[in-house]
Design a protein around this ligand. Structure first.
Ligand SMILES: O=C(O)CCC(=O)C(=O)O
Length: 261
């Protein structure tokens, strides 16, 4: 029998991601891992102010610079099934783009529709990013489940979604919505009485400047203490021999060298 993951056969998951621009891997996290991730997210979100602009959401709390305090989010950031899909789309070497916790509080209106790779001046057909939204709460049609436009990753530049084309990505907590950086989407309106929390993680081709400067935000000492997979995704891994070196050396070798004085 074919291997199934998150309620879908592995081969079908990749085919769906390519055909429709997204796939939901349902209830991927064991209960204990989800509970620990939620507790850690709560610690990080506590006391965080609402964002100060309409795109991020004036009733949405966002926490960035997660690599310096990754804690129980690590298994989500390194989840093998997510990375199997991302690798199939982007190749072996890629890096984090935006990486943040998002808590969409009650009365937050829907976010402006966008596609994440829109920050890059690239032709629409380039798959520059493959991203994941981890549901830390159940995503429902009323609490702000991400609104997606299936198939819109194939749209030509200039086409805009119509309201009837939006579909809420309803999924239980612990699920992963993996989607193309070309897919039109937005956080939905939260008309429920509870907060909708998510961990949002972009993966970007290694020769693009990532949205967030993870190396500066994390710092050399913490970078050195991270799991090698996270360090690679922070952007430490070179894209090729001549793209991403430090002082003429592989960055991993350089980190070991400065550690030993
Ligand atoms: O929170 C969501 O469901 C999506 C957020 C998003 O797409 C963004 O902020 O870029």
């Amino acid at each position: 029998m074919a291997a199934e993951i998150g309620g879908i056969d592995r081969t079908d998951a990749l085919a769906k991601l390519r055909d429709e621009g997204f796939v939901v891997l349902r209830a991927l996290l064991p209960d204990a891992q989800l509970a620990a991730a939620r507790d850690h997210a709560n610690d990080l979100l506590r006391g965080q102010a609402w964002s100060d602009n309409d795109f991020d959401g004036r009733r949405t709390r966002r926490v960035y610079s997660l690599l310096s305090r990754v804690g129980a989010l690590e298994p989500l950031l390194l989840h093998p099934e997510v990375h199997r899909l991302v690798t199939a789309q982007l190749g072996e070497v890629y890096q984090f783009g935006m990486l943040f916790l998002s808590a969409v509080d009650p009365a937050q209106g829907a976010q402006p529709l966008h596609f994440d790779a829109g920050v890059y001046p690239l032709p629409r057909e380039v798959e520059a990013e493959t991203n994941v939204i981890w549901a830390l709460d159940d995503f429902t049609a009323s609490n702000g489940a991400t609104l997606i436009v299936p198939g819109s990753h194939r749209w030509a530049a200039g086409r805009r979604p119509q309201p009837q084309e939006l579909v809420p990505a309803v999924m239980p907590a612990g699920s992963a919505l993996v989607y193309s950086g070309r897919l039109w989407h937005a956080a939905g309106r939260n008309s429920a009485e509870t907060t909708r929390r998510a961990l949002i993680c972009e993966h970007v081709l290694p020769w693009l400047r990532p949205a967030d400067n993870h190396i500066l935000a994390t710092g050399v000492d913490v970078l050195r203490s991270l799991a090698p997979g996270l360090r690679r995704l922070a952007g430490v891994a070179p894209a090729t021999d001549y793209l991403g070196f430090v002082a003429g050396q592989d960055p991993e070798q350089w980190l070991r060298q400065i550690a030993s004085g």
